[in-house]
Design a protein around this ligand. Sequence first.
Ligand SMILES: [Zn+2]
Length: 90
Amino acid sequence: MAGKLRQAEAHAVAIQDKGTGLLFDAALLPLLNDREFATEFFIIAGLKATIGDALVATARKTELPLCPRCRKHEPLLESGLCERCDEVIG
Ligand SMILES: [Zn+2]
């Protein structure tokens, strides 16, 4: 299950309500769109969150390659490892 989730990238749109019915506050957008936070917190390969007129969420399989060391879908460097693993090994 976690493996399947790690292969997913998600896009979430929250309704901006004049009342208190926000799914999340706009002030959280920078945090939700921080790749390092979102991928660790939600255990997914990526997340794009925006404020819109309708509540929408989509998910698709990521095109990012699998890092052989940490088994996360991340952009890989010339070493064949993700940036984080490359720093640890290098
Ligand atoms: Zn890695």
